[in-house]
Design a protein around this ligand. Structure first.
Ligand SMILES: [Zn+2]
Length: 258
């Protein structure tokens, strides 16, 4: 382990216990192993959560924050891609049970703050449930932050899976794993006809599977993705994550933000 490593799992148990304090922030990266079309690896969300959290934790530590990282959680709730070979998923109940176990284990250490850095949209709802469970059961301060993958304007707000943002980010992080030549545009234009029904943020939500839209499981337009756009997506996310960790370090719901 290098002197500057913030990887908790590289420490011995006694060293970990002596290192963490009541003010330590522990980051758990949360990925997924799921179908991302023919141009991206199934580990896309895991790689994004792992790499982005590592960069954020390193930068936050250099800025003086008492922040540490656990190994990533790879298998999570990807039931929307259950139909596709290459998806390895657990259910929402199993994810919640796993997070409960990790929270229970963290509560054995002096640390009291857990931050989930999430790479997979399908985890947002169960992670929200877990934040409250761990708050109530183990008196932890709990937070979550998802890797923000922007849509390109030509994706009509539908670049949510394997599209421009995610493909660009992967071309920056792991160009060796991206088969950009096999990327195709997959935008369900008909969804724009509905005023109220839509994806996150719309007043009417719907239960969907990733093969409901007539494509190969991708939702977005990866064809114009490029590594330099991915580099700025990464830079923006790391900056927001470091600022967020700083806010978390002084967050007091009863005392305001001073
Ligand atoms: Zn993804």
């Amino acid at each position: 382990m290098s002197a500057s490593s913030r990887e908790l799992a590289e420490l011995s148990g006694p060293a970990l216990n002596a290192t963490l304090t009541a003010t330590s922030i522990v980051v758990l990266p949360v990925g997924s192993i799921e179908h991302h079309g023919s141009h991206l690896p199934v580990a896309t969300d895991l790689i994004m959560a792992d790499e982005m959290s590592a960069r954020a934790v390193d930068e936050a530590a250099q800025a003086g924050l008492d922040v540490w990282r656990l190994p990533p959680l790879a298998y999570t709730k990807s039931d929307e891609h259950d139909w596709a070979p290459g998806t390895f998923w657990i259910g929402a109940d199993e994810l919640l049970a796993t997070l409960r176990g990790i929270g229970r284990s963290l509560a054995r250490t002096p640390a009291r703050t857990l931050v989930l850095i999430n790479g997979h949209g399908g985890n947002v709802a169960p992670l929200g449930v877990a934040l409250r469970e761990l708050r109530r059961l183990y008196d932890l301060r709990t937070f979550s932050l998802s890797v923000a993958v922007p849509s390109a304007p030509e994706e009509s707000g539908l670049g949510i899976h394997g599209g421009w943002g995610e493909t660009s980010l992967m071309m920056h992080l792991r160009p060796d794993l991206v088969a950009h030549g096999s990327a195709t545009r997959a935008i369900p234009e008909g969804l724009a006809d509905y005023r109220h029904i839509g994806f996150a943020g719309a007043p009417v939500q719907f239960g969907w599977l990733s093969d409901d839209f007539g494509f190969d499981g991708v939702l977005g337009d990866p064809t114009r993705a490029d590594a330099s756009a991915g580099a700025s997506v990464a830079e923006d996310f790391v900056r927001i994550a470091v600022e967020s960790l700083e806010e978390i370090s002084r967050f007091d719901p009863a005392g305001g933000g001073a």
